[in-house]
Design a protein around this ligand. Structure first.
Ligand SMILES: Nc1ncnc2c1ncn2[C@@H]1O[C@H](COP(=O)(O)OP(=O)(O)O)[C@@H](O)[C@H]1O
Ligand SMILES: CC(C)(COP(=O)(O)O)[C@@H](O)C(=O)NCCC(=O)O
Ligand SMILES: [K+]
Length: 257
């Protein structure tokens, strides 16, 4: 059984994959101080709770936080006696090219999203991932990652307003009833929600114009449905995109062994 770990700047997702489907998925906050033993106790408890008696033989990791990788490697080695595949490291092969400026360390999550997108939808894609940051990954006709865009995340934008302005409260994002807010919370939600709708539309239009071709826009991440519902910004929404990409990369490396 494969354990796939997707570590973002806010949350880390663990999924068990039996070769055809995900049998379980758990989420924890990302903390680089967490030790291998802590991961194991946490995972073991959840597996017992779901009465999952499975043998984990392989581990693959994608992490946008370099510091957590050390403890996750120890975790894989100590408890599952396996050397994990770590996306972005030279010994983890990718089924697609990466065409960016020399020396650029592309976020592994963006590489994984590219692989997943190409596998599910083919080439000429814009993958939009609503994480801590909102990333746009441009997938070429042949599946290559050719760059993209990084924007502040939805919650990060709201949090920045709260942090920087004494009179602005902590606010959760929802779709506002109208553009003109008649209270502070509504004003903040409007700024971020409609600002984001504009941001996504403008960036996608400009990418398509710059590349002079039609491209499909695929969204992922917890907040993607909020924008999809009203504004039809995306051609498709794919919930477990990053996890899917991890399984594709795992299979590719197994075949190459
Ligand atoms: N389903 C959801 N509804 C609302 N907020 C969400 C949902 N999923 C994630 N978030 C929020 O979106 C932000 C990014 O989360 P996540 O996608 O896990 O980021 P990352 O991959 O960077 O760790 C966080 O602030 C998180 O609390
Ligand atoms: C842009 C990101 C912070 C997004 O991370 P996330 O929101 O998923 O935690 C991450 O992909 C990253 O650190 N990238 C490195 C720079 C680059 O991709 O060019
Ligand atoms: K992510």
């Amino acid at each position: 059984m494969l354990l796939a770990i997707d570590c973002g700047n806010t949350n880390t997702v663990f999924s068990l994959w039996d070769g055809t489907r995900f049998v379980a998925t758990w989420r924890t906050s990302t903390e680089w101080q967490r030790t291998a033993d802590q991961y194991y106790v946490w995972l073991r408890t959840l597996m017992q709770f779901q009465k999952l008696e499975v043998d984990i033989t392989d581990v693959i990791i994608s992490s946008t936080v370099p510091r957590v990788v050390f403890n996750l490697r120890v975790f894989a080695d100590r408890y599952f006696n396996t050397r994990p595949l770590v996306v972005g490291k030279p010994d983890c092969l990718l089924p697609v090219d990466v065409r960016v400026d020399e020396g650029t360390q592309v976020g592994p999550d963006r590489l994984v999203n590219t692989v997943a997108g190409f596998d599910l939808f083919g080439g000429d894609l814009i993958m939009v991932d609503f994480g801590t940051a909102t990333t746009f990954d441009v997938v070429d006709t042949d599946g290559a990652y050719v760059g993209g865009v990084i924007a502040p995340g939805v919650n990060l934008s709201l949090e920045a307003l709260h942090q920087a302005a004494a009179a602005l409260p902590h606010v959760d994002i929802t779709k506002p009833q109208s553009v003109v807010g008649t209270n502070t919370v509504a004003c903040m939600q409007s700024g971020v929600f409609w600002g984001y709708v504009g941001l996504v539309r403008e960036i996608c239009d400009r990418i398509k114009a710059e590349r002079a071709r039609e491209m499909r826009v695929i969204s992922t991440g917890g907040l993607a449905p909020l924008f999809q519902q009203s504004e039809a910004l995306f051609d498709a929404y794919q919930e477990d995109l990053t996890m899917h990409g991890l399984t594709v990369i795992y299979k590719y490396n197994k075949e190459k062994e």
